[in-house]
Ligand binder design. Structure first.
Ligand code: UDP
Length: 489
């Protein structure tokens, strides 16, 4: 069979959290749209979250399949059936330990994965950065592994510079800013913001995991990045030319979702009827609503939620606010000021649970986004062309914040000084009110929106035929085909 007629077969093995699974499924779709056969490897619960999406893809002729492997929750100390980070209700401070448990459990999937590799003989696997074992499984069969970090070039490069040059060791205190050595742009951070990654504060197991992840990344075939060249050319070049890595930028991957139903159901069924949500937005003028969401796993304490409510009200802006907090034991919502919803009727919409985020951000009524700076949300905000209030909580979100505010200059910080692992992160209503107003009204907001809209246009063009991401994906597919061709001859 020649390389042209051979249908490329890709495996996708995402980390078990919505922020990793959603873009991985989008990526699988993008490869399938170019004629590849794609197989997503995940666990029973996670497979159920995506079954509608996959069904829809299959109905439209895309070759996407899911293979299910049993996840050993109990063996690694997770509750039975706890197959997704989203289901964890432990405080955020314990997050690192939970991630380590998930990674340990996932590593036990190496053997069943090897069986699948032997049986189905894919041409390439795209495995999450947190799954170093996937490299070793694929390597046994001579199958290349691509790494998916789930974040942008800027943050991958920034973290690598921190690891290589340790600028954090050159300051005297945890709050003293240091410049990230060699990273273009004079980017300043503090140890308090990076506690998830540096020194013993991250925990020995997590630190060891990061070492293993990096080792396996260096041995892997390359990296696929959910970003587009025009957004961060300096950092894409830095990654390739200075850090010497092979990489393909293929994003924004969310753009493979074109229809309303596709946009509305990514990773979870929305808790609000999508038509009701659209109707609410349709009744608003362009750029008059701020969308407030903190991603798929953040659960704020009641006091912080109350403060957000007061801050939003004081800002005078219309809003859609996604709150993941459940009712308390007495079936009360102790996090909402009394009478708040009634008072805000018509002006503010609260979505409890899961929002159809892409659908909301894409609506012309939305003119700003308060975000925790998870990379998917950040890039979705960029693509929608909206200025952002940055409210990072953990992990590489602090780098993403710097990227939005200092590099792209389309965001305003809410003023977080410490990673969520540390105490003292309460954000007061005045800071919320001020930041929200700054991205919604006035000259600065206008200027930022203009820039954001231009970036949004570029994002959309990048994935169209001839665009930078479209071309990079073409190149990657061609290279994998050629590899396959050489192997066959
Ligand atoms: N998301 C969504 N509805 C929600 C919350 C999140 O559709 O109510 C999606 C969002 O569009 C993004 C992903 O979930 O694609 C969250 O990923 P991100 O990297 O922003 O943050 P994480 O959840 O990993 O912290």
């Amino acid at each position: 069979m020649d390389s042209e007629s051979h249908q490329l077969h890709m495996f996708f093995i995402p980390f078990l959290a919505p922020g990793h699974m959603i873009p991985a499924v989008d990526m699988a779709k993008m490869f399938a749209m170019r004629g590849a056969q794609t197989t997503i490897i995940t666990t029973p619960f996670n497979a159920s979250l995506f079954s509608n999406t996959i069904q829809r893809c299959n109905n439209s002729g895309l070759d996407i399949d899911i293979k299910v492997l049993q996840f050993p929750c109990v063996e690694v100390g997770l509750p039975e059936g706890c197959e997704n980070l989203d289901l964890i209700t432990t405080p955020k401070e314990a997050n690192r330990e939970v991630v380590v448990k998930f990674c340990k459990g996932a590593a036990m999937l190496q053997e069943p994965l090897e069986q699948l590799l032997q049986e189905l003989k894919p041409d390439c696997i795209v495995a999450d950065i947190f799954f170093p074992w996937a490299f070793y499984a694929a390597d046994k069969f001579g199958i290349p592994r691509l790494v998916f970090h789930g974040t942008c070039f800027f943050s991958i490069c920034g973290l690598e510079c921190i690891r290589l040059y340790e600028p954090q060791k050159k300051v005297e205190s945890d709050s003293e800013p240091f410049v990230v050595t060699n990273l273009p742009g004079d980017i300043k951070l503090t140890r308090n913001l990076l506690s998830d990654f540096i020194d013993q504060r991250a925990g020995a197991d997590f630190t060891q995991l990061l070492i293993e992840c990096r080792e396996s990344e260096l041995k892997s075939y390359g990296v696929v990045v959910n970003s587009f060249y025009e957004l961060e050319a300096t950092y894409a070049d830095f990654f390739r030319n200075v850090l010497g890595r092979k990489a393909w930028h293929i994003g924004p991957v969310s753009q493979c979702n074109r229809g309303t139903a596709e946009k509305a159901e990514r990773g979870n069924k929305a808790s609000i009827d999508e038509q009701e949500c659209l109707k609410w937005l349709d009744s608003k003028t362009p750029n008059s609503v701020v969308y407030v969401s903190f991603g798929s796993v953040t659960n704020f304490a009641a006091a912080q939620l109350k403060e957000i409510a007061m801050g939003l009200e004081a800002s005078g802006q219309q809003f859609i606010w996604v709150v993941r907090k459940k009712k308390n034991k007495e079936e009360n919502e102790d996090w909402l000021p009394e009478g708040f919803e009634k008072k805000m009727e018509g002006k503010g919409l609260i979505i409890r649970g899961w929002a159809p985020q892409m659908l909301i951000l894409d609506h012309e009524a939305v003119g700003g986004f308060v975000t925790h700076c998870g990379w998917n949300s950040t890039l979705e905000g960029v693509t929608a062309g909206v200025p952002m209030v940055t409210w990072p909580l953990s992990a590489e979100q602090f780098f993403n914040e710097k990227f939005v505010t200092d590099v792209l200059k389309i965001g305003i910080v809410v003023g977080i000084q410490q990673s969520v692992k540390m105490l003292g992160n309460f954000v007061k209503r005045e800071a919320i009110q001020k930041a929200v107003k700054e991205i919604m009204v006035g000259d600065r907001a206008h200027e930022m929106r203009k820039k954001a809209k231009a970036l949004g246009e570029m994002a959309k063009m990048a994935v169209e035929k001839g665009g930078s991401s479209y071309t990079d994906l073409d190149d990657l597919i061609a290279e994998l085909r050629l590899r396959r061709h050489s192997a066959l001859n």
